[in-house]
Design a protein around this ligand. Structure first.
Ligand code: ADP
Ligand code: ZN
Length: 728
């Protein structure tokens, strides 16, 4: 806009704090400002960055006491579709708009001057002395492209000092690297795949969808190993051909080394990445390159939904059923659902991929709201794993042990054949409970309603909810009995002990997110497993997520019943999905896969569905039950969690809210009930559940209800979770 000297302007600025209002500021004379610009404004005693949400002309005699915008920030503006998206997410989740805009500003540390990076190019004469290392550098730099020193040293497998010495010799010539060039552009024609007829049908449909450059949602459902990734890569390729950007959302992005390699094989280079592990300058450059449109494909965690894409042409949500897509603190949003919203705002197609789709997406497909593409067979004619149960009542493990004799025998046979075994147990640590044999004392977290989990590896008792750690004492703190503490139940560390005893010569690996070494180590370990190292892998849920382990032929589920007994309305669905995924790791290579489920309840519908392989029937039954109970997606849920430092104020406030609810016909406000996890981090918690028909405007109802309620006092907090996924 043009600022004429005769009129003055007012801008409404949304600041990244937990407030819903955009505050008005005066636009200084001569400042050219547009909606979406990022600016510095005074905010209380401090200064903050904010986004221009609106600009209007000041009426004459209007308020002159407005503070002025300080300056424009050196950051890419927030484009219009992203502004609409932010408004939409805030309205839907009932989060203050400021909290949502904050997620969109979490890119670079704004206004930190960009350091210029120096790159090198092969331009000068060869060096006088040609060592093997130097020769590799020259081979790698051939073609005269500009490389960062680090990239070139990685490529050639030499230290940076070799690069430096070649600069000294004049062989490599230093040059400033333009900021923003984070990767080479992926090439849609770099490699071609040969598809089976079934895959080809899905590929053609996806390419056609991307060509339409319009919003649509496709559910790509294919059994584990059917080639979903290869198929949706073709959609990415088409977006690239159209000159558009593509976003691939992944639930566990930090662990997807294999995925990045496959992407590189198909497109000649890796995609840009966006997750909490991308920091500093890399984060900054990725952010700007996306805003300028230079970066074309990004593989990201749910936070990548809030980036300022220049021209988004495709969103893929991989493993769309994953619970990791739901953010449970701050703004409670479900990234799969919000991806669909963002796609609509960008007029871009959305593809949801999974072997075990959520009931929600299946119903949307059945009702024709989503298009449904299926890959019913594994690639290359590989059979699906054969799944059987071990009835733990009939085939009980030895005393104090957790593996049934039959599972141990099958493990021995598998290793004998040179194949790998995966034991799945979703319990970190050594034992979920420690108690005193003399007096019965149980170790509980001082801050939470939960038992402390023994981590023998770290020599500590830990709370998995608040992180509380204490040393495991030698005597009981209650009765002082010595050597009387005993571990109850298995965790992966304890299973490791049992397996090592049974298979003393086997190479065993525990894969769990809390082992030391962090993400880097996990990435390496996953690669090692994929290349056939280790004979027995013991893992928590992260082993189930999309990995391709070609030597793995037997999966043993140590406790298939775990998770079926929780009060979560999605318990059956979740367990089915998780076990289907984990058993789906077996037999992806040359040998046929088998899975054994240890259970005390072999006739449970979830277990029966897994064994029969009849997932259609499971989906049908589960969907019918949801429909009858008017649960999502046939009805809607919202949870209100009232918490306080003391129990009474939390309970009283929750009761008062329930009394004021005034639910209209068909709407139910259930509770308050003490939360299953009654205390977390010292906060006492009560839950209310709002249940409504599907077409009910839940947000408006809750907003009015909260407006009627008296102001919250003291340390009481009410947090609202629309479409809750967790019921603790
Ligand atoms: P999903 O994601 O459905 O579990 P993937 O895409 O991981 O399946 O495919 C499983 C394996 O089969 C991978 O190693 C993949 O490279 C391979 N694959 C799938 N389709 C093809 C194809 N058309 N050509 C070659 N390899 C394929
Ligand atoms: Zn705790």
């Amino acid at each position: 806009m043009n600022n004429q000297s005769t009129s003055s302007y007012i801008a409404d600025i949304l600041t990244p704090v937990a407030l819903d209002t955009a505050y008005s500021y005066a636009v200084p004379e001569g400042m050219a400002l547009a909606v979406g610009d990022v600016v510095h404004v005074p905010f209380g005693p401090r200064e903050t960055t904010g986004v221009v949400w609106d600009i209007r002309e000041a009426t004459s005699g209007g308020p002159s006491n407005l503070k002025s915008i300080k300056a424009k920030a050196d950051a890419p503006p927030v484009p219009e579709p992203l502004r609409h998206f932010i408004d939409w997410v805030a309205r839907y989740t009932l989060a203050p708009r400021g909290s949502v805009v904050r997620m969109a500003l979490r890119g670079p540390e704004i206004d930190r001057p960009e350091r210029v990076q120096i790159g090198v190019r092969l331009l000068g004469p060869p060096p006088k002395r040609l060592t093997p290392g130097r020769a590799r550098v020259m081979a790698a730099a051939e073609g005269g492209l500009l490389y960062s020193k680090r990239a070139l040293s990685d490529l050639a497998g030499v230290g940076v000092s070799v690069i430096d010495s070649l600069i000294d010799e004049g062989t490599l010539v230093p040059e400033a690297m333009l900021p923003g060039s984070i990767t080479e552009a992926p090439d849609p024609n770099f490699a071609a795949n040969r598809f089976s007829p079934g895959q080809q049908t899905a590929v053609d449909a996806l390419i056609e969808t991307v060509k339409q450059r319009a919003f649509s949602v496709t559910l790509l459902e294919g059994v584990t190993g059917s080639g979903k990734t290869e198929v949706y890569f073709e959609a990415v390729g088409e977006a690239l051909r159209q000159g558009k950007q593509a976003l691939i959302l992944m639930p566990e992005i930090a662990l997807t080394g294999q995925f990045l390699d496959r992407f590189e094989k198909r497109f000649g280079t890796r995609p840009a990445e966006w997750h909490s592990g991308v920091t500093g300058r890399k984060r900054e450059r990725t952010f700007t390159a996306l805003a300028s449109g230079e970066a074309k494909v990004i593989a990201g965690a749910r936070s990548a939904l809030f980036l300022p894409y220049a021209d988004l042409g495709l969103i893929i949500v991989d493993e769309e059923h994953e619970t990791a897509y739901k953010q449970e603190d701050g703004v409670h949003y479900h990234a799969r659902d919000m991806a669909v919203v963002r796609g609509r705002m960008e007029a871009a197609p959305v593809v949801l991929a999974s072997a075990t789709p959520s009931i929600e997406s299946r119903v949307n497909a059945a009702k024709g709201r989503y298009r449904h593409l299926r890959l019913p067979e594994r690639h290359g004619g590989r059979p699906m794993p054969e799944i059987a149960t071990i009835d733990m009542k009939a085939d009980a493990p030895a005393r104090g042990k957790f593996l049934a004799p039959r599972l141990l025998r099958e493990m021995a046979d598998t290793i004998e054949r040179g194949e790998q075994v995966l034991l799945y147990l979703n319990r970190r640590g050594y034992a979920p409970l420690t108690l005193c044999r003399t007096c019965g004392h149980r170790f509980q977290c001082p801050n939470c309603t939960s038992w402390l989990v023994e981590h023998r590896f770290r020599r500590a008792l830990m709370c998995h909810h608040c992180g509380h750690v204490e040393r495991r004492p030698d005597s009981c703190p209650a009765c002082e009995a010595v050597d009387s503490l005993t571990a109850c139940g298995p965790g992966v560390e304890r299973l490791n002990e049992e397996v090592a005893e049974a298979f003393p010569d086997a190479r065993i690996l525990v894969l769990s997110s809390d082992m030391p070494g962090g993400t880097e180590r996990l990435r390496r370990e996953i690669e090692a497993v994929a290349s056939g190292e280790f004979q027995i892998i013991i893992g928590t849920q992260l082993v189930a997520k999309g990995h391709h382990f070609p030597y793995l032929s037997l999966v043993g589920v140590v406790d298939a019943d775990l998770g079926l007994t929780s009060g979560d309305p999605r318990a059956a669905e979740r367990t089915f999905q998780m076990l289907q995924q984990v058993t789906g790791r077996a037999g992806r290579g040359e040998t046929k896969g088998r899975a054994l489920l240890q259970t005390y309840d072999p006739t449970h519908p979830v277990i029966r569905a897994l064994v029969s392989g009849d997932s259609e029937r499971f989906y049908t039954e589960e969907t019918t039950q949801r429909e009858m109970a008017v649960l999502p997606p046939f009805g809607r849920l919202a949870a209100l969690i009232v918490s306080a430092d003391d129990r009474n104020p939390a309970e009283n406030h929750a009761r008062m809210l329930a009394r004021m609810a005034e639910p209209p016909l068909g709407v139910h406000v259930l509770g308050p009930a003490e939360a299953p996890l009654a205390v977390i981090r010292g906060r006492h918690r009560f839950r209310l559940l709002v249940k409504t028909p599907r077409d009910f405007d839940m947000q408006t109802y809750i907003r009015h209800w909260m407006a009627r309620a008296p102001k919250i006092t003291g340390n009481i907090k009410v947090s609202i979770d629309i479409d809750p996924q967790s019921f603790f």
